[in-house]
Design a protein around this ligand. Structure first.
Ligand SMILES: NC(=O)c1ccc[n+]([C@@H]2O[C@H](COP(=O)([O-])OP(=O)(O)OC[C@H]3O[C@@H](n4cnc5c(N)ncnc54)[C@H](OP(=O)(O)O)[C@@H]3O)[C@@H](O)[C@H]2O)c1
Length: 430
């Protein structure tokens, strides 16, 4: 058969149904170029691996996108996962998510704890509970995947609790606050434990306005706010590593906790979709129309999680100093000098501390006032109920008395009538 085909090709050339060679080259090179683009855009795959059994991992943003894949991969390797979620664990969707994750990974050690990263109080409640545990709870890893991004053209919003700009609060201040309170728990881990704090960042930090430049209403834009929050996280990550390294352990051994920054690259997640669609229906329609292009150029959440998994699973990092930035599963340099600027870090740390102190005080006063008002309302309701009860009692008594009086009157009337009857009869007989 092949010989027959070859001889007919030699004798009479290409059959008429066969496409022109140039066309084949064109189609082939287009497919090749698309495959190459897809391969390049998908980025590197994490080859690192290690057993996670027995290790305790806290993850924020672990229910969607890159965080959900990270949580799955670590749970699949046996880690105990504590998901910090905005919703309470009783939320039916969250309960189902946790159950599903347990089933898929055959790992029952997956829990959810409610922590709203837009609330300093909520973060403090969780973190102090964790730190107050005696003996100190095991903690091997903290992965801070949660983030928020206002779609382009969106308005600047503030947190309901403390009036702090939302992007700054959720993306930066919440992590600053959480790690600040958890610091004793991190430092208390035994020396032989490889403790890692992994902070996802984004290359948009390169274009961020400097942290000390005014960033009020008129300079605010969703993109700049996001980039600035990521820049702040990166500056804080360096300062936090120094803060950990400066701790004198009781066993005199060096610090075993490392902070790593990981850039996942542009990924098709819910957050990214909100950004691309501008959070509008029309945007969603356009997104669906250009989805093949989005699919081609952006990573899948699985590929987006690879660099975070590298920071979590690469064994050799235990011998390296913290403070490194990873991208495509390898170490890269910072593109800005101010990330390692101690003066910038000091100012950021002090300003954040001050802001948190002020906001927490104000929020506490607000909560106390609210509690007072609620108690006052409850007391008023209680009093009103008591008055109502007394009134109904008085009413019942007066009604009872009235009934008794009527009964007595009726009795007297019947007695009178019988008396009259008797006297009438007596008069008749005489
Ligand atoms: N996607 C990208 O292209 C890209 C690129 C570079 C860097 N990154 C970074 O990678 C990380 C993961 O990105 P992603 O795209 O997977 O994120 P995402 O899909 O937007 O998910 C964000 C997560 O943060 C949680 N979150 C938001 N506000 C919260 C709050 N107030 N309290 C508690 N949790 C809150 C969300 O919880 P709910 O589900 O309850 O809303 C969600 O689980 C982020 O740090 C992001 O900045 C992403």
């Amino acid at each position: 058969m092949p010989l027959k085909l070859l001889s007919s090709l030699v004798m009479s050339g290409l059959p008429p149904w066969f496409p022109e060679p140039m066309r084949i080259v064109k189609v082939g090179s287009t497919i090749g170029a698309l495959a190459l683009t897809k391969w390049y855009a998908s980025g590197s795959t994490c080859r690192a691996d290690r057993d996670m059994h027995g290790r305790v991992v806290i993850i924020t943003g672990g229910t969607t996108g890159i965080g959900a894949i990270t949580a799955y991969e670590l749970a699949n390797r046996g880690a105990q996962i504590v998901l910090l979620t905005r919703q309470p664990p009783t939320d039916p969707f969250l309960a189902e998510f946790v159950d599903d994750l347990r089933d898929r990974t055959n790992n029952q050690l997956i829990y959810a704890e409610q922590v709203d990263l837009a609330s300093l109080h909520s973060i403090r409640q969780f973190a102090t509970r964790w730190v107050d545990n005696v003996p100190p709870r095991r903690l091997d890893m903290i992965i801070l995947c949660a983030a928020t991004l206002t779609p382009p053209g969106g308005r600047r919003s503030k947190t309901p609790e403390a009036g702090i700009e939302t992007t700054w609060m959720v993306n930066f201040l919440a992590n600053f606050h959480l790690l600040g309170i958890l610091s004793p728990a991190i430092r208390a881990q035994p020396f032989d434990r490889d403790v890692r704090i992994i902070i996802p960042t984004c290359s948009t930090y390169i274009a961020s306005p400097p942290l000390d430049a005014p960033f009020e209403d008129k300079n605010w834009s969703p993109g700049a706010a996001y980039a600035r929050s990521k820049l702040a996280l990166m500056v804080f990550a360096q300062a936090y590593q120094k803060h950990l390294d400066a701790y004198k352990r009781p066993d005199q051994l060096p610090m075993n906790a490392r902070v790593f920054l990981a850039d996942p690259g542009y990924t098709r997640t819910a957050g990214m979709m909100r950004w691309l669609t501008r959070g509008s229906l029309f945007g969603l329609l356009l997104y669906m129309l250009v989805y093949p292009l989005v699919w081609l150029l952006l990573k899948s959440p699985l590929m987006g999680a690879q660099t975070i998994l590298y920071a979590a699973l690469e064994g050799s990092l235990v011998r390296e100093p913290g403070g490194k930035l990873f991208k495509e599963c390898m170490e890269v340099d910072y593109a800005r000098k101010d990330i390692k600027d101690e003066e910038v870090a000091k100012k950021l740390w002090e300003a954040s501390d001050k802001l948190i102190e002020k906001a927490e005080k104000e929020a506490a006063v607000k909560r106390a006032k609210q509690k007072q008002e609620e108690e006052k309302k409850k007391e008023e309701e209680k009093q009103a109920k008591q008055v109502e009860e007394i009134e109904s009692l008085v009413d019942a008594i007066s009604k009872g008395k009235k009934k008794e009086a009527e009964k007595a009157k009726a009795k007297a009337n019947t007695a009178n009538k019988t008396k009259k009857g008797k006297t009438g009869k007596a008069a008749g007989s005489s």
